[in-house]
Design a protein around this ligand. Structure first.
Ligand code: GAR
Length: 187
């Protein structure tokens, strides 16, 4: 059995899609959802699917072994970041080399880096009158949004699109591809 842990800070639509995708796969399971936000809706979604969850603080992540201990306890071999907004410490990356996968809501290397997350990305894309955006699924290394790209998908942006409309298009791509790409990486 391959066990996945999902780190998420927000709504958790990606996390829920991944949980549902692997619920019918007898070789892979989402064993744990971790969040740095005690009120994040992703925790409700995990509960609904009977997936265990763990809330931790930034200090827990950076100055203790709480998170790593949990990953070991649940025999996690793949870590997925699905809207997770803290930087993963180098110590964790070293324990999971090329085993941590992130999704970014734009076409990296554009619109990446610190502060570029969620709606901030879509606002910047619209402000710059881009005609395309999309998603990037990539391995996580020690630098924000700079790990090797696994997959990208593109959507068109109409000149009249609002940031919210771009977000909807990007979320459609996320729902279509993220879980499948994780599955292909595991295989
Ligand atoms: C997703 O669009 C994801 O690509 C983005 O946060 C959103 C989380 O949505 N991630 C980042 O911006 C990371 N820099 P969700 O909580 O509904 O899955």
């Amino acid at each position: 059995m391959i066990r996945i842990a999902i780190f998420a800070s927000g709504s958790g639509s990606n996390a829920e899609n991944i949980i549902s995708h692997f619920a019918v796969n007898e070789n892979v399971e989402v064993a744990l959802v971790l969040s740095n936000k005690p009120n994040a809706f992703v925790l409700e979604r995990a509960k609904k699917h009977q997936v265990e969850s763990l809330v931790f603080s930034s200090n827990d992540l950076n100055k203790s072994t709480k998170v790593l201990d949990a990953l070991k306890e649940y025999n996690v071999s793949i870590v997925v970041l699905a809207g997770f907004l803290l930087k993963i410490p180098d110590s964790l990356i070293q324990h999971y080399p090329n085993k941590i996968i992130n999704i970014h809501p734009a076409l990296l290397p554009n619109y990446g880096g610190k502060g570029m997350y969620g709606m901030h990305v879509h606002c910047a894309v619209v402000q710059n009158n881009e005609s395309t955006s999309g998603i990037t699924i990539h391995y996580v290394n020690e630098n924000y949004d700079e790990g090797a790209v696994i997959f990208q998908a593109t959507c068109n942006i109409d000149p009249t699109d609002s940031p919210e409309e771009v977000q909807v298009k990007v979320q459609e791509l996320e729902a279509l591809h993220f879980a499948k790409i994780i599955e292909s990486v595991i295989a």
